[in-house]
Design a protein around this ligand. Structure first.
Ligand code: ADP
Ligand code: MG
Length: 375
Protein backbone atom coordinates (compact mmCIF):
# COMPACT_ATOMS: atom_id res chain seq x y z
CA UNK A 1 0.00 0.00 0.00
CA UNK A 2 1.21 3.49 -0.82
CA UNK A 3 1.20 5.94 2.03
CA UNK A 4 -1.14 8.92 1.71
CA UNK A 5 0.23 12.42 1.25
CA UNK A 6 -1.61 15.66 1.90
CA UNK A 7 -2.02 18.95 0.07
CA UNK A 8 -4.13 21.94 1.01
CA UNK A 9 -5.43 25.20 -0.38
CA UNK A 10 -6.88 28.20 1.45
CA UNK A 11 -10.16 30.03 1.27
CA UNK A 12 -9.96 33.73 0.60
CA UNK A 13 -11.37 37.06 1.61
CA UNK A 14 -11.76 39.71 -1.01
CA UNK A 15 -10.56 43.01 0.42
CA UNK A 16 -12.16 44.96 -2.43
CA UNK A 17 -13.27 44.47 -6.04
CA UNK A 18 -16.59 42.61 -6.16
CA UNK A 19 -18.06 41.14 -9.37
CA UNK A 20 -15.27 42.89 -11.28
CA UNK A 21 -13.49 39.63 -12.09
CA UNK A 22 -15.81 38.40 -14.82
CA UNK A 23 -15.86 41.94 -16.22
CA UNK A 24 -12.11 41.67 -17.00
CA UNK A 25 -11.44 44.12 -14.16
CA UNK A 26 -9.41 44.33 -10.95
CA UNK A 27 -9.66 42.53 -7.62
CA UNK A 28 -7.65 42.54 -4.40
CA UNK A 29 -8.22 39.28 -2.48
CA UNK A 30 -6.02 37.56 0.06
CA UNK A 31 -5.75 33.91 1.06
CA UNK A 32 -6.78 33.17 4.67
CA UNK A 33 -5.57 30.71 7.28
CA UNK A 34 -8.63 28.43 6.82
CA UNK A 35 -7.75 25.62 4.42
CA UNK A 36 -9.22 22.58 2.69
CA UNK A 37 -6.95 19.56 3.02
CA UNK A 38 -6.84 16.55 0.76
CA UNK A 39 -5.23 13.24 1.59
CA UNK A 40 -4.25 11.45 -1.61
CA UNK A 41 -3.60 7.72 -1.86
CA UNK A 42 -2.53 6.26 -5.24
CA UNK A 43 -4.65 3.31 -6.43
CA UNK A 44 -3.72 0.31 -8.53
CA UNK A 45 -6.74 0.69 -10.81
CA UNK A 46 -7.92 3.48 -13.10
CA UNK A 47 -10.51 4.96 -10.79
CA UNK A 48 -10.74 8.32 -9.07
CA UNK A 49 -12.59 8.04 -5.77
CA UNK A 50 -13.52 11.15 -3.77
CA UNK A 51 -14.95 11.47 -0.28
CA UNK A 52 -15.47 14.39 2.05
CA UNK A 53 -16.07 14.91 5.73
CA UNK A 54 -19.01 17.06 4.49
CA UNK A 55 -20.83 14.15 2.89
CA UNK A 56 -21.25 10.48 3.75
CA UNK A 57 -21.17 9.09 0.24
CA UNK A 58 -17.89 8.47 -1.57
CA UNK A 59 -18.10 8.78 -5.36
CA UNK A 60 -16.12 6.66 -7.81
CA UNK A 61 -15.58 7.37 -11.49
CA UNK A 62 -13.28 5.67 -13.99
CA UNK A 63 -10.71 8.21 -15.21
CA UNK A 64 -11.53 7.23 -18.79
CA UNK A 65 -15.18 8.19 -18.23
CA UNK A 66 -14.48 11.79 -17.13
CA UNK A 67 -14.81 13.06 -20.71
CA UNK A 68 -18.22 11.49 -21.10
CA UNK A 69 -19.36 12.89 -17.78
CA UNK A 70 -18.28 16.51 -18.21
CA UNK A 71 -19.94 18.70 -19.04
CA UNK A 72 -22.86 16.88 -20.71
CA UNK A 73 -23.78 14.39 -17.98
CA UNK A 74 -22.58 16.30 -14.92
CA UNK A 75 -26.03 16.08 -13.32
CA UNK A 76 -25.40 12.37 -12.72
CA UNK A 77 -22.75 13.22 -10.11
CA UNK A 78 -23.49 14.59 -6.63
CA UNK A 79 -22.98 18.34 -6.77
CA UNK A 80 -20.08 18.52 -4.33
CA UNK A 81 -18.16 15.79 -6.18
CA UNK A 82 -18.31 17.77 -9.43
CA UNK A 83 -15.72 20.14 -7.92
CA UNK A 84 -12.87 17.64 -7.46
CA UNK A 85 -13.88 15.39 -10.38
CA UNK A 86 -14.28 18.47 -12.58
CA UNK A 87 -10.77 19.56 -11.60
CA UNK A 88 -9.39 16.14 -12.58
CA UNK A 89 -11.17 16.42 -15.93
CA UNK A 90 -10.04 20.01 -16.63
CA UNK A 91 -6.51 19.24 -15.45
CA UNK A 92 -6.03 16.40 -17.93
CA UNK A 93 -7.24 18.70 -20.71
CA UNK A 94 -4.97 21.57 -19.64
CA UNK A 95 -1.98 19.21 -19.53
CA UNK A 96 -3.06 17.66 -22.86
CA UNK A 97 -2.47 14.38 -21.07
CA UNK A 98 -4.44 11.26 -21.79
CA UNK A 99 -6.00 9.59 -18.78
CA UNK A 100 -3.64 6.66 -19.55
CA UNK A 101 -0.83 8.77 -18.10
CA UNK A 102 -2.70 9.27 -14.86
CA UNK A 103 -2.93 6.49 -12.29
CA UNK A 104 -6.09 6.14 -10.20
CA UNK A 105 -6.29 8.07 -6.93
CA UNK A 106 -8.28 8.18 -3.75
CA UNK A 107 -8.92 11.73 -2.48
CA UNK A 108 -10.21 12.40 1.03
CA UNK A 109 -11.19 15.99 1.85
CA UNK A 110 -11.48 17.75 5.17
CA UNK A 111 -12.00 21.49 5.48
CA UNK A 112 -11.80 24.44 7.83
CA UNK A 113 -13.41 26.76 5.28
CA UNK A 114 -17.08 27.39 6.03
CA UNK A 115 -19.26 26.65 2.99
CA UNK A 116 -21.30 29.41 1.41
CA UNK A 117 -19.92 32.09 3.75
CA UNK A 118 -18.28 34.03 0.95
CA UNK A 119 -14.86 32.63 1.85
CA UNK A 120 -14.65 30.44 -1.25
CA UNK A 121 -14.71 26.90 0.00
CA UNK A 122 -15.14 26.09 -3.70
CA UNK A 123 -11.75 27.52 -4.70
CA UNK A 124 -10.19 25.79 -1.69
CA UNK A 125 -11.42 22.32 -2.74
CA UNK A 126 -10.46 23.04 -6.35
CA UNK A 127 -7.01 24.32 -5.40
CA UNK A 128 -6.28 21.39 -3.09
CA UNK A 129 -7.36 18.94 -5.81
CA UNK A 130 -5.44 20.69 -8.58
CA UNK A 131 -2.21 20.87 -6.54
CA UNK A 132 -2.43 17.26 -5.42
CA UNK A 133 -3.14 15.85 -8.89
CA UNK A 134 -0.63 18.14 -10.64
CA UNK A 135 2.12 16.83 -8.37
CA UNK A 136 0.98 13.20 -8.29
CA UNK A 137 0.46 12.95 -12.04
CA UNK A 138 3.68 14.95 -12.72
CA UNK A 139 1.85 17.36 -15.01
CA UNK A 140 4.16 20.29 -14.27
CA UNK A 141 1.47 22.97 -14.66
CA UNK A 142 2.15 26.38 -13.14
CA UNK A 143 -0.04 28.03 -10.51
CA UNK A 144 -1.89 30.35 -12.87
CA UNK A 145 -2.81 27.37 -15.07
CA UNK A 146 -4.00 25.47 -11.98
CA UNK A 147 -6.22 28.45 -11.11
CA UNK A 148 -7.66 28.37 -14.64
CA UNK A 149 -8.29 24.64 -14.26
CA UNK A 150 -10.27 25.33 -11.08
CA UNK A 151 -12.32 27.97 -12.80
CA UNK A 152 -13.07 25.71 -15.76
CA UNK A 153 -14.19 22.97 -13.39
CA UNK A 154 -16.48 25.38 -11.56
CA UNK A 155 -17.93 26.88 -14.77
CA UNK A 156 -18.33 23.73 -16.85
CA UNK A 157 -18.35 20.74 -14.52
CA UNK A 158 -20.31 22.37 -11.68
CA UNK A 159 -22.21 24.88 -13.78
CA UNK A 160 -21.50 28.02 -11.71
CA UNK A 161 -20.61 31.00 -13.93
CA UNK A 162 -17.96 32.45 -11.59
CA UNK A 163 -14.77 34.37 -12.42
CA UNK A 164 -11.10 33.60 -11.82
CA UNK A 165 -10.50 35.62 -8.63
CA UNK A 166 -11.07 32.95 -6.01
CA UNK A 167 -8.81 30.39 -7.65
CA UNK A 168 -6.02 32.92 -8.20
CA UNK A 169 -6.14 34.04 -4.55
CA UNK A 170 -6.11 30.44 -3.34
CA UNK A 171 -3.19 29.49 -5.62
CA UNK A 172 -1.04 32.63 -5.27
CA UNK A 173 -1.65 33.79 -1.67
CA UNK A 174 1.24 35.10 0.46
CA UNK A 175 1.61 35.80 4.17
CA UNK A 176 0.70 39.40 5.12
CA UNK A 177 -0.14 40.32 1.52
CA UNK A 178 -3.00 40.56 -0.95
CA UNK A 179 -3.00 39.65 -4.63
CA UNK A 180 -3.75 42.54 -6.97
CA UNK A 181 -5.10 40.79 -10.00
CA UNK A 182 -5.82 42.11 -13.44
CA UNK A 183 -8.49 39.64 -14.50
CA UNK A 184 -7.95 40.39 -18.19
CA UNK A 185 -4.20 39.75 -18.45
CA UNK A 186 -4.11 37.51 -15.34
CA UNK A 187 -1.10 39.53 -14.25
CA UNK A 188 -0.88 39.16 -10.48
CA UNK A 189 1.05 41.49 -8.18
CA UNK A 190 1.71 40.86 -4.50
CA UNK A 191 0.63 43.91 -2.47
CA UNK A 192 1.84 44.19 1.13
CA UNK A 193 -1.03 44.75 3.54
CA UNK A 194 0.84 45.49 6.76
CA UNK A 195 -2.25 44.97 8.92
CA UNK A 196 -0.33 43.73 11.96
CA UNK A 197 2.28 46.50 11.83
CA UNK A 198 -0.54 49.07 11.71
CA UNK A 199 -2.31 47.46 14.70
CA UNK A 200 -5.23 46.38 12.50
CA UNK A 201 -7.23 43.17 12.36
CA UNK A 202 -9.56 41.96 9.65
CA UNK A 203 -12.77 40.70 11.20
CA UNK A 204 -15.08 38.38 9.24
CA UNK A 205 -18.75 38.59 10.22
CA UNK A 206 -20.48 35.54 8.76
CA UNK A 207 -24.21 36.23 8.69
CA UNK A 208 -25.04 32.54 8.29
CA UNK A 209 -27.33 33.45 5.38
CA UNK A 210 -26.56 30.75 2.81
CA UNK A 211 -26.15 31.43 -0.87
CA UNK A 212 -25.29 29.27 -3.82
CA UNK A 213 -23.49 30.62 -6.85
CA UNK A 214 -24.74 27.77 -8.99
CA UNK A 215 -28.23 29.29 -8.87
CA UNK A 216 -29.90 32.66 -8.47
CA UNK A 217 -28.90 36.27 -8.80
CA UNK A 218 -25.22 35.77 -9.60
CA UNK A 219 -25.98 34.67 -13.16
CA UNK A 220 -28.49 37.52 -13.57
CA UNK A 221 -25.90 40.11 -12.54
CA UNK A 222 -23.47 38.61 -14.98
CA UNK A 223 -26.03 38.87 -17.76
CA UNK A 224 -26.68 42.55 -16.90
CA UNK A 225 -22.96 43.27 -17.13
CA UNK A 226 -22.73 41.59 -20.52
CA UNK A 227 -25.72 43.59 -21.71
CA UNK A 228 -24.15 46.83 -20.42
CA UNK A 229 -20.86 46.10 -22.18
CA UNK A 230 -22.59 45.32 -25.47
CA UNK A 231 -24.63 48.54 -25.28
CA UNK A 232 -21.39 50.45 -24.69
CA UNK A 233 -19.80 48.61 -27.61
CA UNK A 234 -16.87 47.25 -25.59
CA UNK A 235 -15.69 43.68 -24.94
CA UNK A 236 -16.11 44.03 -21.17
CA UNK A 237 -17.02 46.67 -18.57
CA UNK A 238 -13.30 46.95 -17.79
CA UNK A 239 -13.21 49.16 -20.87
CA UNK A 240 -15.73 51.67 -19.49
CA UNK A 241 -14.27 54.47 -17.33
CA UNK A 242 -15.90 56.65 -14.70
CA UNK A 243 -15.93 59.47 -17.27
CA UNK A 244 -18.09 57.34 -19.61
CA UNK A 245 -20.88 56.95 -17.03
CA UNK A 246 -23.01 59.93 -18.14
CA UNK A 247 -23.16 58.46 -21.65
CA UNK A 248 -23.98 55.03 -20.23
CA UNK A 249 -26.88 56.57 -18.29
CA UNK A 250 -28.39 57.85 -21.53
CA UNK A 251 -28.00 54.59 -23.42
CA UNK A 252 -29.46 52.00 -21.05
CA UNK A 253 -32.32 51.34 -18.69
CA UNK A 254 -31.90 52.36 -15.05
CA UNK A 255 -31.28 48.88 -13.66
CA UNK A 256 -28.61 48.00 -16.25
CA UNK A 257 -27.01 51.41 -15.72
CA UNK A 258 -26.73 50.90 -11.96
CA UNK A 259 -25.17 47.47 -12.48
CA UNK A 260 -22.66 49.07 -14.85
CA UNK A 261 -21.96 51.95 -12.47
CA UNK A 262 -21.11 49.50 -9.69
CA UNK A 263 -18.57 47.68 -11.84
CA UNK A 264 -16.98 50.85 -13.23
CA UNK A 265 -16.63 52.60 -9.86
CA UNK A 266 -15.54 49.37 -8.13
CA UNK A 267 -12.69 48.92 -10.59
CA UNK A 268 -11.55 52.45 -9.78
CA UNK A 269 -11.81 51.74 -6.04
CA UNK A 270 -9.52 48.72 -6.38
CA UNK A 271 -6.89 50.83 -8.14
CA UNK A 272 -7.30 53.53 -5.48
CA UNK A 273 -6.96 50.97 -2.67
CA UNK A 274 -3.67 49.64 -4.05
CA UNK A 275 -2.35 53.20 -4.35
CA UNK A 276 -3.51 54.23 -0.85
CA UNK A 277 -2.06 51.06 0.72
CA UNK A 278 1.31 51.93 -0.77
CA UNK A 279 1.21 55.64 0.04
CA UNK A 280 -0.60 55.87 3.37
CA UNK A 281 -0.97 52.31 4.70
CA UNK A 282 -3.99 50.16 5.54
CA UNK A 283 -5.57 52.55 8.08
CA UNK A 284 -6.34 54.91 5.16
CA UNK A 285 -8.49 52.53 3.06
CA UNK A 286 -11.62 52.65 5.24
CA UNK A 287 -13.62 55.08 3.08
CA UNK A 288 -12.98 52.99 -0.03
CA UNK A 289 -14.30 49.88 1.73
CA UNK A 290 -17.45 51.72 2.80
CA UNK A 291 -18.03 53.18 -0.67
CA UNK A 292 -17.73 49.64 -2.08
CA UNK A 293 -20.43 48.41 0.28
CA UNK A 294 -22.80 51.25 -0.56
CA UNK A 295 -22.34 50.56 -4.28
CA UNK A 296 -23.12 46.85 -3.83
CA UNK A 297 -26.12 47.63 -1.65
CA UNK A 298 -27.70 50.36 -3.80
CA UNK A 299 -26.44 49.86 -7.37
CA UNK A 300 -25.63 46.17 -7.73
CA UNK A 301 -28.31 45.17 -5.18
CA UNK A 302 -26.58 42.05 -3.91
CA UNK A 303 -26.62 42.83 -0.20
CA UNK A 304 -29.13 41.49 2.31
CA UNK A 305 -30.35 43.12 5.56
CA UNK A 306 -28.01 40.96 7.67
CA UNK A 307 -24.96 42.18 5.73
CA UNK A 308 -26.05 45.82 5.96
CA UNK A 309 -26.63 45.43 9.71
CA UNK A 310 -23.16 43.94 10.23
CA UNK A 311 -21.48 46.74 8.26
CA UNK A 312 -23.45 49.55 9.92
CA UNK A 313 -22.92 48.18 13.44
CA UNK A 314 -19.19 47.64 12.88
CA UNK A 315 -18.74 51.19 11.59
CA UNK A 316 -20.79 52.65 14.46
CA UNK A 317 -18.54 50.77 16.91
CA UNK A 318 -15.42 52.34 15.42
CA UNK A 319 -14.29 50.06 12.58
CA UNK A 320 -11.93 51.81 10.14
CA UNK A 321 -14.00 50.43 7.26
CA UNK A 322 -16.44 47.61 6.48
CA UNK A 323 -18.13 46.00 3.51
CA UNK A 324 -19.85 42.83 2.44
CA UNK A 325 -17.42 40.47 0.70
CA UNK A 326 -17.91 37.69 -1.82
CA UNK A 327 -20.65 37.25 -4.36
CA UNK A 328 -23.47 38.55 -2.16
CA UNK A 329 -27.03 37.39 -1.36
CA UNK A 330 -25.73 36.22 2.01
CA UNK A 331 -22.35 35.13 3.28
CA UNK A 332 -20.00 37.41 5.15
CA UNK A 333 -19.04 41.02 5.66
CA UNK A 334 -15.58 42.20 6.69
CA UNK A 335 -14.48 44.99 8.99
CA UNK A 336 -11.03 46.49 9.32
CA UNK A 337 -10.65 47.19 13.02
CA UNK A 338 -7.88 48.39 15.32
CA UNK A 339 -6.75 45.59 17.61
CA UNK A 340 -8.17 47.20 20.79
CA UNK A 341 -11.67 47.63 19.28
CA UNK A 342 -12.20 44.08 17.97
CA UNK A 343 -14.22 42.93 21.00
CA UNK A 344 -16.31 46.15 20.97
CA UNK A 345 -17.14 45.67 17.31
CA UNK A 346 -18.08 42.00 17.85
CA UNK A 347 -20.34 42.97 20.77
CA UNK A 348 -21.98 45.75 18.76
CA UNK A 349 -22.66 43.45 15.79
CA UNK A 350 -24.04 40.72 18.06
CA UNK A 351 -26.34 43.24 19.75
CA UNK A 352 -27.54 44.68 16.43
CA UNK A 353 -28.36 41.20 15.11
CA UNK A 354 -30.28 40.37 18.27
CA UNK A 355 -32.22 43.66 18.07
CA UNK A 356 -33.24 42.85 14.47
CA UNK A 357 -34.22 39.28 15.32
CA UNK A 358 -31.47 37.81 13.11
CA UNK A 359 -29.69 34.54 13.95
CA UNK A 360 -26.44 35.34 15.77
CA UNK A 361 -23.50 35.81 13.37
CA UNK A 362 -20.22 33.92 13.55
CA UNK A 363 -17.22 36.23 13.85
CA UNK A 364 -13.50 35.54 13.59
CA UNK A 365 -10.38 37.35 12.47
CA UNK A 366 -8.49 36.24 9.37
CA UNK A 367 -4.79 36.46 8.64
CA UNK A 368 -3.39 36.89 5.11
CA UNK A 369 -1.76 33.49 4.48
CA UNK A 370 0.16 31.41 1.89
CA UNK A 371 -1.55 29.77 -1.10
CA UNK A 372 -2.04 26.14 -2.16
CA UNK A 373 0.64 23.50 -1.85
CA UNK A 374 1.83 20.24 -0.38
CA UNK A 375 1.49 20.22 3.42
P1 ADP B 1 -18.33 29.31 -1.33
O1 ADP B 1 -18.59 30.77 -1.17
O2 ADP B 1 -18.08 28.66 0.00
O3 ADP B 1 -17.25 29.04 -2.32
P2 ADP B 1 -19.91 27.95 -3.31
O4 ADP B 1 -21.38 27.78 -3.49
O5 ADP B 1 -19.13 28.59 -4.39
O6 ADP B 1 -19.68 28.69 -1.91
O7 ADP B 1 -19.23 26.52 -3.09
C1 ADP B 1 -19.67 25.69 -2.02
C2 ADP B 1 -19.82 24.25 -2.50
O8 ADP B 1 -18.51 23.68 -2.74
C3 ADP B 1 -20.42 23.33 -1.47
O9 ADP B 1 -21.84 23.39 -1.51
C4 ADP B 1 -19.90 21.96 -1.90
O10 ADP B 1 -20.64 21.47 -3.00
C5 ADP B 1 -18.50 22.30 -2.39
N1 ADP B 1 -17.48 22.11 -1.35
C6 ADP B 1 -16.64 23.05 -0.85
N2 ADP B 1 -15.79 22.52 0.07
C7 ADP B 1 -16.10 21.22 0.16
C8 ADP B 1 -15.58 20.10 0.94
N3 ADP B 1 -14.57 20.26 1.80
N4 ADP B 1 -16.16 18.91 0.77
C9 ADP B 1 -17.18 18.75 -0.11
N5 ADP B 1 -17.67 19.73 -0.86
C10 ADP B 1 -17.16 20.95 -0.75
MG1 MG C 1 -17.38 29.69 -4.36
Amino acid sequence: MSTPQTWSAPGRVNLIGEHTDYNDGFVLPFAIQHRTHVELTPRDDRVIRVSSSFDDDAIEVALDDLDELFPARRDEVAEWARYPLGVAWALLHAAEASPDAAPGVELRFTSEVPVGAGLSSSAAIEGATASALNDTWNLGLDRVTLAQVGRRAENEAVGAPTGIMDQMASMLGRADAAIFLDCRSLEATVVDLGFAAAGLELLVMDTGVKHSHATGGYGERRASCELGASIMGVPALRDVSVDDLPRAAELMDDVTFRRVRHIVTENQRVLDTVRVLGEDGPAAIGDLLVASHVSMRDDFEISVPELDTAVDAALAAGAVGARMTGGGFGGAAIALVTHDLVENVKDAVTAAFAASGFTAPTMFTVVPSPGAGRD
